[in-house]
Structure formats: structure tokens, C-alpha cells
Write a new protein. Structure first.
Length: 202
């Protein structure tokens, strides 16, 4: 009788330890994605704060801006940086654009950035405009200083707001432009981001 009782207690103890082990594994499995989301939140910008930064920068709130930002978040997720600045484009049927601005990372790192590249003109003359660029998967802020080819078929336009994607070495840039600046956004080829100002668009 005593032996049977001892055996039953041992079985109960093993069952309890097995259940605790499974419960612990389940809790760990649940905590991993939660930790991942927490880490992402610490290293990236959320959609609400991004839309506010975009509308504050352009000085206006439009349905088109909200739709464009929502589209980028749906397709690319949360950015870990953004580049805001101004550019000038001069074109007849083809031309160039030059810009300068500041790269701001969620980590707090910043860089002064200049850029240049070819563009297609929608009309005659030159124009100056603002551009806000969402930055994805840029681990090193200095890695932005290179050529970023435009992604074919990525040009999107709604409510006076234009968007296209540029991509190089796993990093994606999403320039957002308004009104007159859309001409500069009709880019063929690439945009070259530099540390120093240059008149050479190549």
C-alpha cells in the first residue's frame, strides 16, 4: 500500500513538472513576439507620429497625405528614420533636381544630406519644393550616401500627393512630395545622396 501511494505521488509530481514546463514554454513563446514588437517600437516611428511629422513639415493636412502615409506603412511597415528637406528641379522634357535636408534616425542620430539626380519635367521652368522621405532598414546612417535606383512601377499619386520608392542594398526610401514637387518625383533612374553639395547629378 505504501509503495503504491509513493508511486502515485511520484507520478503526480512528474505530471505537475511536465505541466509547468509546458506552461513555461508557452509563456516564453508568447513573450518572444511581444519582446520583438517592443524592440521595433523602440527603434522605429509609428504611423501616428509619422503622419504628424509629415503634415507639420508640409504645413497642411490633406486626405492625400494621410492616404499616402497609410499606403507606405501598409507596404513597408514602420520606418526607422526620415529625411526632410527641399529640392529644386529644372526641366523641359528632361532635367535635373538638387536637394538638401537632414536625416533623422529613431536612434537620435542625424546627418546633413545632399542629393541630385535626373528628372522628367511635367511643365516648363524651375520649381522649389519640399520633400519628406521615409527611411527603412537603414542600420547605419552613413549608408545613405550612395545611389538609390527608383523602383519601377512604384509611382503613386493621390489628392495632389506623390510617392515613389527607391531601393539599394536592402534599404528602401519613400519620398513624399506635394503639388509642384511632383515633377521632381517623376524620376528616371536614380537619386544620388551625398555628404557634400555637388552640381554633378550623376
Amino acid at each position: 500500500m505504501q509503495s503504491t501511494r509513493t508511486h502515485d505521488l511520484e507520478r503526480l509530481d512528474l505530471t505537475r513538472r511536465s505541466w509547468l514546463g509546458r506552461a513555461g514554454a508557452g509563456a516564453l513563446a508568447l513573450s518572444v513576439p511581444l519582446l520583438g514588437r517592443a524592440a521595433e517600437a523602440d527603434s522605429t516611428f509609428d504611423e501616428t507620429s509619422t503622419l504628424k511629422a509629415v503634415t507639420d513639415f508640409f504645413g497642411q493636412t490633406t486626405e492625400g497625405l494621410a492616404q499616402v502615409v497609410a499606403k507606405v506603412f501598409q507596404e513597408q511597415g514602420r520606418p526607422n528614420g526620415y529625411l526632410r528637406g527641399e529640392e529644386v528641379a529644372a526641366a523641359v522634357t528632361a532635367g535635373v533636381r538638387y536637394g538638401e535636408g537632414e536625416l533623422v534616425m529613431k536612434s537620435g542620430a542625424t546627418r546633413k544630406v545632399y542629393w541630385a539626380g535626373p528628372s522628367i519635367g511635367f511643365d516648363l521652368g524651375a520649381n522649389a519644393s519640399k520633400v519628406f522621405v521615409l527611411v527603412y532598414k537603414l542600420e547605419d546612417p552613413d549608408a545613405i550616401f550612395k545611389r538609390f535606383p527608383g523602383v519601377d512601377g512604384s509611382l503613386y499619386y493621390v489628392g495632389g500627393v506623390g510617392l515613389n520608392y527607391q531601393r539599394a542594398d536592402g534599404v528602401t526610401l519613400a519620398p513624399i512630395r506635394l503639388g509642384a514637387g511632383l515633377r521632381a518625383g517623376a524620376s528616371v533612374g536614380y537619386t544620388h545622396y551625398r555628404r557634400e553639395k555637388s552640381l554633378n547629378p550623376l
